[in-house]
Every structure is written in structure tokens, then in C-alpha cells.
Design a protein around this ligand. Structure first.
Ligand code: PLP
Length: 424
């Protein structure tokens, strides 16, 4: 008998830290129904939390919680130190040059809106151009459409090729001296496509355009180095990387952020206020108006500690194994179409269609088998238009998933076909 393959990480050991994964769903003891084991395959939407992250927030609320205003009293110094420490963890996690470049927001959506409102309103004029791609999440489309409406900016679109990858060779034809920004995702939340970030950035730089990377689906799953990317802005969310909701990050180059006006006004973001005017504060505070999500920021720091402990390279390598397994299992089923590129260009996201079965029926049958996936347009309607389908079913993986869960996914898809597929 051949030895089992050596895995880059031990999912069984890691799962022990995630109590929520060990439950059976739809149990009804009064009817003697034990329920079914949960298989959580909806990590593109949001991820689960290890005890260590939850405990960091419990510790904050039980021992150190206070508002952050250094020097006022003991607890506030503790809170301020904890938020600063989390900021430094994010800085190291991204290999960012300075901690002041890390702005805490509520998530990817707010980070991108911050750039569109602050940088866009201050530096874009009618006739300027912004390039976005056909595979973007609505969070990286609508803020630019709103900016286009406000300022008369023209939007241009990098298309998806038939191979499930961005048509990067056509990018130079979209760029010119009026291009101010290229905003694009590092990993598609529908197709799992890994885009060539450094190459797109290099092309944008040739015409002097800035770049914003929507890294919501990449930062949690693979090593990030903003300096080797060479980009200007990066946005991501805590809740997609085993951290809490309500906290995310905008990273930006220091000199660029420092040239931008505040986005929201209020406490904490000022240097001096008079009755009729104010002067803005230093980075990062200029972009952090109001009381921050203190416990959540601390939780995000704990999430980064945990991810570093597992290792981003190991996470990526293990997710490649899960994705290959999903392609093998689903690809073997007649009537199932897997969308997106071939495995070598794909992260741990597999969207598929089942002939003659609506995606929500697929998801319902999977749900009854304990398998949590998402059905719909996944906030990427233009991408679904391009694929010529209104919706798809999406399984998305993280390091705590197992190949056994993917086998169960395949079995449940067969059940959906039996229940809903056209009988010939
Ligand atoms: N961008 C991408 C690629 C995403 O997948 C998501 C969420 O699914 C977002 C942006 C929006 O993230 P949030 O809802 O955390 O702001």
C-alpha cells in the first residue's frame, strides 16, 4: 500500500481550534434525528474563527477595553497599545514599509469607497479614465461608477478571456495618458482566477496610472507583499481571514495617502478644529474618524498571528490540493460545468452549474446534506452576464476543509441531479 501523501498542513489538528465546525446541523432529538455533519464550504463569503481569535476579543472586553486616547488613563493606554500592535502586525503581514500606511476601515467595501471618494474626488477630472475588469465584485465596480457620475470620469473594462483568465495582453490598448487608475482583483470571488498583479501594475505604471488591488480573496489565502506587487492601494476584510466582521484594511503608499483629503469627518481625524474650519490629522488617523472597532482590530491581529502560525505558503499549497480534488470530483459528473481557469491559475474557489438544476435548488439539496455553499451571482453580475448565466453555485475552501468534505459535495450534487434534473 502506498503511503498517504504528506499534506502541507494538518487540517484535522487545526479544526480542533474551530468549535463551530464540529456540529451537526438540522438535528431534531425529539424525532430521533441526529442531523448531518456540517461541511462549511462558503469561505469566500466569510470564514470561521479559531478559539484564539475569539479569546483575544474576550480578553479585550474582560481586561483591557477602553477607548483609544493615549495617556488619559491606564486602560486607554492598554487599548491604544493593542491597536498599535495590531497595526504593526498588518504592516508585517503585507510587508508594507510603514505602519502609518495601514488604515483600519470596516472592510474591503469601505476601503475602496474611501479611495474613490477621497482620492477620486480630489484628483480625477472629467475625461480622465479608470480601468476596471469584467470579473470584479460589485464593491470594486459601483464606487467607480459613482465617481464616474460625480466627476465625468470614463470607465474602461479589461475583459475575461475564454480561458477563465483576464485578457491581460489587451490591457495596453485600454491605457493612455488619461488613465488615472487601474482597479482590479487579485483573486476572482467567483472563478478563483489568480490575476497577474505585478504584471498589471507594471503596465499601469508605464502610463503613470495608479493601481488599486482588491485583495479580499487573496490576502487570507496566499502570501502578500505590497512592495513586490508595486501597487498603490490594497483593500481587504478581516472576516474573510478568520478575523471578526466590522474591521478591514486599506493599505496605501504613504506619500499618496498623505496627499489625500479625509474621507469621513469627526473625532480623531483632526489636528485642530475651529468653529468654521479644521486641519486634518496625520496618517493613519486622518482616515479613521470616530471610535475604531477596538476589539475587532485586536481580533484581526490575533487572526494574523494564527495565519502566520499555520503559514501562508502551506495554506496556499493545501488549498491547491482541495481545489484539484473539487475539479476531479465535480469534473467527473456529467452535466456539471466548472467555471474559471485551469488549476494552475486558480485559488480555492470553484463555481459550477448543474444542467437543468437551478443553483438555488443545488444549494438547498447541499444544505440538507450539511454542506454550506453559496448560490446566486456572488455580487458579480457583470461576470455572470459574460458567462451567459444568471447565477452559479460556489464552493469556496479554507485550510480547515478536508477532501472528505469535497467527496460529500460531489455526492450531494448527484442527489440534486437525481431530484431536479430533467428525466430523459
Ligand atoms: N471584493 C471581493 C473580491 C470580495 O469577494 C468581497 C466579498 O465577498 C468584497 C470585495 C467585499 O467585501 P466586504 O463585504 O467584506 O466589504
Amino acid at each position: 500500500m502506498s503511503a498517504p501523501p504528506t499534506l502541507p498542513l494538518d487540517p484535522v489538528l487545526l479544526r480542533a481550534d474551530f468549535p463551530i465546525l464540529h456540529q451537526r446541523v438540522y438535528a431534531n432529538p425529539r424525532r430521533g434525528n441526529e442531523g448531518v455533519r456540517l461541511a462549511y464550504l462558503d469561505n469566500g463569503a466569510t470564514t470561521q474563527h479559531p478559539r484564539q481569535v475569539v479569546q483575544s476579543m474576550v480578553d479585550c472586553y474582560e481586561r483591557t477595553y477602553s477607548n483609544v486616547h493615549r495617556g488619559a488613563h491606564y486602560l486607554s493606554a492598554q487599548s491604544t497599545d493593542a491597536v498599535n500592535a495590531a497595526r504593526e502586525k498588518v504592516q508585517r503581514f503585507l510587508n508594507a514599509p510603514r505602519a502609518e500606511e495601514v488604515i483600519f476601515t470596516r472592510g474591503t467595501t469601505e476601503s475602496i469607497n474611501l479611495v474613490a471618494r477621497s482620492w477620486g474626488d480630489a484628483f480625477c477630472q472629467a475625461g480622465d479614465e479608470i480601468v476596471v475588469t469584467e470579473i470584479e465584485h460589485h464593491a470594486n465596480l459601483v464606487p467607480w461608477q459613482q465617481l464616474a457620475e460625480r466627476k465625468g470620469v470614463k470607465l474602461r473594462h479589461l475583459r475575461l478571456g475564454d480561458d477563465g483568465q483576464l485578457d491581460v495582453p489587451s490591457l495596453p490598448s485600454l491605457l493612455n495618458e488619461r488613465t488615472r487608475l487601474v482597479a482590479f482583483t487579485a483573486v476572482s470571488n467567483v472563478l478563483g482566477t489568480i490575476t497577474p498583479v505585478a504584471e498589471i501594475v507594471a503596465q499601469a505604471k508605464r502610463v503613470g496610472a495608479l493601481t488599486l488591488v482588491d485583495a479580499a480573496q487573496s490576502v487570507p489565502h496566499m502570501r502578500t507583499d505590497v512592495q513586490s506587487w508595486g501597487c498603490d492601494f490594497v483593500a481587504f476584510s478581516g472576516h474573510k481571514m478568520i478575523g471578526p466582521t466590522g474591521v478591514g484594511v486599506l493599505w496605501g503608499r504613504y506619500d499618496l495617502l498623505d496627499s489625500m483629503p479625509p474621507f469621513l469627518g469627526g473625532g480623531g481625524m483632526i489636528d485642530r478644529v475651529w468653529l468654521d474650519r479644521f486641519t486634518p490629522g496625520e496618517l493613519p488617523h486622518r482616515f479613521e474618524a470616530g471610535t475604531p472597532a477596538i476589539a475587532e482590530i485586536i481580533g484581526l491581529g490575533a487572526a494574523i498571528d494564527y495565519l502566520n502560525h499555520v503559514g501562508l505558503d502551506a495554506i496556499h499549497a493545501y488549498e491547491q490540493i482541495l481545489t484539484a480534488k473539487a475539479h476531479e470530483v465535480l469534473g467527473a459528473l456529467p452535466g456539471v460545468t466548472i467555471w474559471g481557469p485551469s488549476l494552475e491559475h486558480k485559488a480555492g474557489i470553484v463555481s459550477f452549474s448543474v444542467a437543468d438544476v437551478h443553483p438555488s435548488d443545488v444549494a438547498n439539496v447541499l444544505d440538507l446534506a450539511g454542506i454550506a455553499v453559496r448560490a446566486g451571482h456572488h455580487c458579480a453580475m457583470p461576470l455572470h452576464d459574460r458567462l451567459g448565466i444568471p447565477a452559479s453555485t460556489r464552493a469556496s475552501f479554507y485550510f480547515y476543509n478536508t477532501t472528505e468534505e469535497i467527496e460529500r459535495l460531489g455526492e450531494a450534487v448527484v442527489r440534486a441531479q437525481e431530484m431536479f434534473g430533467r428525466k430523459s
